[in-house]
Every structure is written in structure tokens, then in C-alpha cells.
Design a protein around this ligand. Structure first.
Ligand code: NG1
Ligand code: MG
Length: 518
């Protein structure tokens, strides 16, 4: 299995327009490292942020998602600390205070991370601890680390995972001499380690961001499946038709998942888990004693039980049929007026066949706060969103096969179809999953009227960014209109640089890499 690629030039990571400023940033990072620690870095680890094209809030229900790595990223310059076992960590942005610590022993988990205390270095500590534990390193070398990040925080572009994944890789690079060659994790294993590691920060995340950050390949988006095992497949767009761009527009409403998790993100995880258990019971499926069952497992187990005729159907057609069928099951089980309004905790536990304490132990590992639990709307969103992911991927793959067969792809109908799926995803996020907000509604509506084929929130939502599908030759015009009508209205005092950071088209970037050149 492949490891994270080692590179000696960064030109493979950025598109031509971004390369010059990226070179400057990498050089400045090395210089700053030397000034701070009095020696040159041994490596620079790099992990990108991502924009999710479609498939929102379904990774933790076990369903496939379709994001793309972006050029904005996290870099960590790193060297072993020759003087001690302690770790010195600094951020090239002086707003973030430096940290120095000597790790505890392995049996005490190396470091204390308090998820209630929201400090930037938690993400580093999560990656550091995760990789040491999972690779089994007992007495780590000390490390000198300097971080530089360009992924906007709280924007749904996964600055957090870019940082955790980068910390995982940077730590591994520094500790490599302590690991026997046959125990060195593959890139795929590092993605799994990073998924687990980020949970130390206190969110019950699904895994899309870390898998995308580590395993993306150049010039493509990725289809990521989680069940039964993590699997990442590149998704390409045709090149013989006028190119399209994915334009990211940040509402500048920051949604800090770590802070709002008890009433938003982690609550949604609990609602979808509760829904999965209840549906499983209603369908007469076996729920394991651990209680661990997600909506994808419910779907699989249901069709294993009742049988499904695949003959004459493509894989996508079969998946779509099953997802539509599950939508009907949701209507049947959760479709009463009472449940549709949302149920209280006691009722949800009763429906799940559990006592209140039992339910909490099984499904609520992080604190949540809620009066009502929306089983109908959350489950309805998940199955319909996965259907759109399958359709999006299938549409791209069909276009690619046409192109390979020398058949002219109808660009307009391809873009309209993909855009329509993105719009429907936004509607579902807004109406069923309640993870949109006024600014995202305004921005996605404006984007469509400014010529986007489709527009939707990306990432966890409740603020953060939207992503719009726009014909590449229309991008300047599109961006000018958004700047004028959205930012001109809500943020009239932004500098031109701030505006360019808020709305931009990102080329697909490749996944994590380790720079070993000097
Ligand atoms: P962001 O946008 O980075 O907060 C989160 C989760 C994803 C996924 C999306 C919603 C983490 C690290 N990321 O992303 O796994 O569930 O929300 O689709 O928890
Ligand atoms: Mg995040």
C-alpha cells in the first residue's frame, strides 16, 4: 500500500496562478522556522482543506460522499528536538500562542486534550496523540514544529482536518526511526488514524475530511465510501468540453463546530443514530449488542433480508432503487404528524427500546442539548442525499465513458444535471437537516441568479461557505456580481485581499504530501 508521497518540488500541489505565492509562503515558513529554533526543518508536511461537492451530513451515517481537495492547506515544518523529549509548537500567525509540552507516558495518552477548551493547538495534539497511539510509539522523540495554515477557519472547508492530518503526518515523519519498516502505516491507514484522532477534539465526525485531505489525487474529486471499509475512488470531469469551475463563497458567518456541537453537529449525529436503531427494530433487523448501527448498515441489512433483484440494473440504478425504497420506509415508520413534529428524548428512547440512561451510554459520547429530536427529517435527508451522490457520480462517470468512446459530451445538459443535484441538496439541507442559515440561503440564491448551474452549502453548514458550479469562462463575471451584491451589502468594508480570500475558484488539489527537498 502506498505511503504519503514525498515531493521535492511543490509545483505538483498548486495551479499555475497560485504557485508563485505558494513558493513564497513555503520559503517564509522555512526561514521563520530557522529563526525560531536555530536550525532548518527536516521536512514540511502538507495537507489540504476540501470542498464537499455533494453528500452532506451522511458520512457519519456510513454513506458515500463526493468532495474535492482544495489548494488552501496546512503546512507543518518539523524537525526532531535534539535536546529533549519535549515538543515545541508555534503558529506562523502570531495571533495563535505557542505551546511547549513534555508528553506523559503512553499509558496516560501522552497529552491532555480538553475538548471544552477551544484552543488551536488541540488539533495538533489530537493528531500527535492519535498517531503515537495507533502506530504504537512508546517513547517519542522531542519535536520542533511550526504551522502555517491558509484554509479559512469555521468556513466548512475543513481547516480542522487539514491540521489534524498534517499533524499526524508531521509526527510520523519525526518519529519514523522508531517504527520498524513493516509497521509504517500506508496513506490509507494514516487516513483512518486521522479520522479517529480528530475525535479527541470532541466532535463525532464521519471521516470525509480526513480521507479527502490525505487520499485525494491530482485533477479529480473523490468518491469516498466508509462501509464496510474506507475506499476512495477518483472522480474525473470530461476535458473535451468547456471546463467548469467550483467557486467557493464564504458567508463569513463562522460556525465553529467545536463550540456549537452540542446543539448542532453532535446532535445531528445522535438523531441519525437514534433513527437508525429505530428503523432497524421496525424492520426486524438485528442490532448488535454494542448498539452500533448506522443508516447504511440498516439499508444493507434490510435488502439482505428481503432480497433484491440486481439483474439488468447497473450498480447505480440498484443503489438508487434501494435508497428510494428506504425513503418509503422512513415515511411508513416516522411519517405520523406527531413524529414529524419532532419527539422528546423520552419518546425517542422508548421507540429505540432503551432506557434513557442506556440510550445515552450507547449513542451520546459527547454532550448534547435538545428538547426535540427530528427522526423523520434527518433520516429523510440522509437517504435522499445519498441518492443524489450516487446520481452525481454516475453522471460524471457516464460522461467520462462517452468521452473515452469518442462521443461528444453534451456539456450543457451535464452541467444542468449536476447543478440540479447540488440545488436539491441545498433544499434538503435547509428544509430537512436544518443546517443552512439565512446568509447561505441568500448566497446560493444569488449564485443561481448570477449564472451558477447549481449552488449549495458545503461542509457542516450553519454558516461557512457555499460552493457553486460555474462555467469557467463565466467565473470572473460571476465573482464580480457576488462581490457586489453579497459582500457589498453585508461586508462593505472588506479590503480587496479579504474579498479575494472570501470568494475564489479552487482547482482540485492533490492530497497530503511530505516535502523532503531543501
Ligand atoms: P466541517 O465542515 O469540516 O465541519 C463536518 C465533518 C464531516 C462531515 C461534514 C458534513 C469533521 C472533521 N468533519 O465538516 O465529517 O460530517 O461536517 O457533511 O467532523
Ligand atoms: Mg472541521
Amino acid at each position: 500500500m502506498s505511503t504519503i508521497p514525498e515531493i521535492t518540488d511543490i509545483d505538483v500541489l498548486y495551479s499555475a496562478p497560485k504557485l508563485a505565492s505558494a513558493r513564497l509562503r513555503w520559503t517564509q515558513l522555512s526561514i521563520a522556522f530557522e529563526q525560531l529554533y536555530g536550525r532548518v526543518p527536516e521536512f514540511i508536511a502538507r495537507s489540504p482543506g476540501r470542498v464537499n461537492l455533494i453528500g452532506e451530513h451522511i458520512d457519519y451515517a456510513g454513506f458515500g460522499v463526493l468532495p474535492m481537495a482544495i489548494e488552501d492547506d496546512c503546512l507543518i515544518a518539523i524537525a526532531r528536538n535534539p535536546d529533549s523529549s519535549s515538543v515545541r509548537l508555534a503558529n506562523s500567525n502570531p495571533e495563535y500562542p505557542a505551546l511547549e509540552f513534555t508528553p506523559h507516558s503512553a499509558d496516560k495518552g501522552f497529552v491532555d486534550i480538553n475538548p471544552e477548551q477551544h484552543v488551536w493547538s488541540n488539533y495538533f495534539l489530537a493528531g500527535y496523540r492519535g498517531v503515537l497511539e495507533d502506530v504504537g510509539i512508546k517513547n517519542p522523540h522531542g519535536m520542533l514544529a511550526l504551522m502555517s495554515g491558509t484554509v479559512p477557519t469555521g468556513a466548512g472547508l475543513s481547516s480542522s482536518s487539514a491540521f489534524v492530518c498534517c499533524a499526524v503526518n508531521a509526527t510520523l515523519q519525526a518519529q519514523k526511526s522508531l517504527v520498524p519498516a513493516e509497521k509504517l502505516p500506508s496513506a490509507h491507514e494514516l487516513a483512518v488514524i486521522s479520522i479517529r484522532a480528530e475525535r479527541h477534539v470532541g466532535t463525532m465526525g464521519g471521516g470525509m475530511d480526513q480521507a479527502c485531505s490525505i487520499l485525494s489525487k491530482p485533477k479529480s474529486a473523490v468518491f469516498i465510501e466508509f462501509h464496510p471499509v474506507l475506499k476512495v475512488t477518483p472522480v474525473f470531469f470530461p476535458v473535451t468540453i468547456p471546463p467548469i469551475a467550483f467557486v467557493i463563497t464564504n458567508t463569513l458567518v463562522t460556525s465553529d463546530k467545536a463550540v456549537t456541537a452540542p446543539v448542532r453537529y453532535n446532535l445531528r449525529v445522535v438523531e441519525t443514530r437514534g433513527a437508525a436503531r429505530i428503523l432497524a427494530r421496525e424492520l426486524g433487523l438485528t442490532v448488535p449488542a454494542s448498539g452500533k448501527i448506522h443508516l447504511k448498515q440498516v439499508l444493507d441489512a434490510h435488502f439482505d433480508k428481503i432480497g433484491f433483484h440486481h439483474e439488468g440494473k447497473s450498480e447505480a440504478e440498484a443503489d438508487i432503487e434501494k435508497l428510494i425504497e428506504m425513503g418509503k420506509v422512513v415515511e411508513r415508520v416516522f411519517g405520523t404528524a406527531e413524529i414529524k413534529q419532532g419527539v422528546d428524548y423520552k419518546t425517542m428512547c422508548e421507540m429505540a427500546g432503551l432506557g434513557e440512561e442506556e440510550f445515552r451510554k450507547m449513542y451520546i459520547q459527547q454532550p448534547i442539548r435538545a428538547e426535540t429530536f427530528h427522526l423523520y427529517r434527518r433520516a429523510k435527508h440522509v437517504f435522499s442525499e445519498e441518492k443524489r451522490v450516487v446520481q452525481f457520480r454516475d453522471t460524471c462517470e457516464k460522461a467520462m465513458s462517452q468521452e473515452e468512446a469518442g462521443v461528444q459530451v453534451d456539456a450543457k445538459s451535464l452541467f444542468v444535471k449536476l447543478g440540479g443535484l447540488m440545488d436539491a441538496s441545498q433544499t434538503s439541507c435547509h428544509n430537512l437537516f436544518d443546517c443552512s442559515c439565512d446568509e447561505l440561503e441568500e448566497l446560493t440564491t444569488l449564485a443561481r441568479s448570477a449564472g451558477a448551474y447549481g449552488s449549495r452549502l458545503t461542509g457542516a453548514g450553519w454558516g461557512g461557505a457555499a460552493v457553486s458550479l460555474v462555467a469557467e469562462d463565466k467565473v470572473p463575471e460571476f465573482i464580480a456580481r457576488i462581490k457586489k451584491e453579497f459582500y457589498g451589502k453585508h461586508h462593505p468594508h472588506l479590503t480587496p485581499e479579504q474579498l479575494d480570500a472570501a470568494v475564489f475558484a479552487s482547482a482540485p488539489s492533490s492530497g497530503a504530501a511530505t516535502f523532503v527537498g531543501h
